[in-house]
Design a protein around this ligand. Structure first.
Ligand SMILES: [Mn+2]
Length: 412
């Protein structure tokens, strides 16, 4: 006679929720499998605190063949969901199967659906927060940027999806006099997990994995920083995908430093790293001013085309109405938007503010032209620093820039 298996409760079972009818949601925190369990099934489950066989449980709880069959299939379901495990099961933690670099957001951006990363599809617009300021050289706080953007978004927009497609119904834009972003599929994947002992390289690896995952599914990545160093691994990943990638860098600083306070990689050196490592073809930098560092010199040993336009030059071009000539056309682009390109009068909540900056309306004109005349393959918005903000005005502005850029980039 065949020997029967003994089963017992997994030692990783945890209670997640109890509803008004007493149904419990239990989860195996090792495997991530969840099961909803009725009060009656809880009695059956308690039988397996001690090892037991399926037939012994059927003997105790089932009267008649039909009931025994029901109990038997219930137990098999609990086994399948790893609530019950083989008596001798080796329950070591399964590291590979946990979401190793993403955490689920408590509040999503504009109410966008949050979704498991495995369910991302073609053309999805995917938001990811990177709450890190481990690479700042001055005032910290940019790690709070993604949360501030999500919190502000809920004051402005309420997401509604179409019942047939599941896609966004969009929103009415008063400037355009029409609905924007309707029919798009949005996902807020949550935040990259940043640990206090993460080194920049450690964090860059997680950001790179996340970007690779999004672009491998032909989806469009949008990142909320975080300090500016986070853009380097994103651009490195996108450059592996797009041989002719042009980087549009909007920033009061050139971010071309090589070394500050003993650090090689920090938020003021991301562009040096990108120029050396990423394999991109062109850079357009807009908005440098003040003591922002020397622009990239063509004398350096690099084949990348590097063009720049200071805030002063931009202001002059707006005055002469020649600014459109400064915008590239027909490129495959990634936009990296450091919010400190704006004047601190409008955007004080940044890590390293520089006076005499750009006005928001001019920035909007530049972004609109960049996004509509080129093919955008992703963007980031970085350096929002809520502890330095005044009445959340920078976060409000960052929110409007983000939604406008989403529309200009992919609402065609
Ligand atoms: Mn900057």
């Amino acid at each position: 006679m065949k020997k029967e298996h003994y089963y017992r409760l997994s030692k990783y079972i945890s209670l997640e929720n109890i509803d008004n009818d007493g149904n419990r949601v239990v989860v195996n925190i090792n495997t991530g499998r969840r099961t909803k369990i009725s009060p009656e099934t809880m009695i059956l489950l308690s039988f397996f605190k001690e090892k037991s066989t399926i037939s012994a449980a059927c003997m105790v709880f089932g009267r008649g063949v039909r009931q025994k069959n029901t109990i038997s299939s219930l137990i098999l379901q609990l086994i399948n969901n790893t609530i019950l495990v083989d008596e001798g099961a080796d329950e070591r933690l399964i590291q590979e199967e946990v979401e190793e670099y993403l955490s689920v957001p408590r509040l999503t951006f504009a109410g966008f659906p949050s979704r498991n990363k495995n369910l991302i599809q073609n053309n999805d617009i995917v938001i990811v927060g990177i709450p890190s300021d481990i690479a700042v050289t001055s005032y910290p706080g940019t790690r709070m940027g993604p949360e501030a953007l999500r919190a502000i978004s809920s004051e402005h927009l309420c997401y509604e999806s179409d019942i047939f497609t599941g896609n966004s119904k969009g929103w009415f834009n008063a400037d355009l006099g029409r609905q924007i972003l309707s029919g798009k599929s949005f996902v807020d994947l949550g935040d990259i997990i940043v640990k206090p002992d993460d080194s920049p390289e450690n964090l860059f690896q997680k950001i790179g994995l996340c970007t690779d995952m999004i672009v491998s599914k032909n989806a469009l990545p949008v990142f909320f920083g975080g300090d500016h160093s986070i853009s380097a691994p994103i651009i490195e990943s996108l450059a592996r995908r797009h041989a002719d990638l042009t980087v549009i860098h909007l920033d009061a600083h050139t971010d071309l430093a090589s070394w500050t306070h003993g650090k090689t990689h920090h938020h003021g050196s991301f562009m040096s790293r990108v120029l050396k490592k990423a394999g991109i073809s062109e850079v357009y930098h807009y908005g440098m001013r003040g003591f922002s560092g020397e622009p990239y010199s063509c004398k350096q040993d690099c084949a990348i085309k590097y063009r720049y336009c200071s805030t002063k030059q931009l202001d002059a071009a707006f005055l002469n109405d020649t600014w459109q000539e400064l915008i590239p056309v027909g490129k495959t682009c990634y936009i990296s938007l450091d919010i400190d390109i704006l004047d601190p009068v409008f955007a004080p909540g940044v890590g390293t503010p520089v006076p005499f900056g750009l006005e928001p309306k001019k920035l909007c004109s530049i972004l609109e032209a960049l996004a509509t005349k080129n093919k955008m393959v992703g963007f980031d918005i970085v350096e929002l620093c809520p502890p330095r903000d005044v009445g959340m005005m920078t976060a409000h502005l960052a929110f409007h820039l983000t939604t406008s850029l989403l529309s200009w980039s992919w609402d065609k």
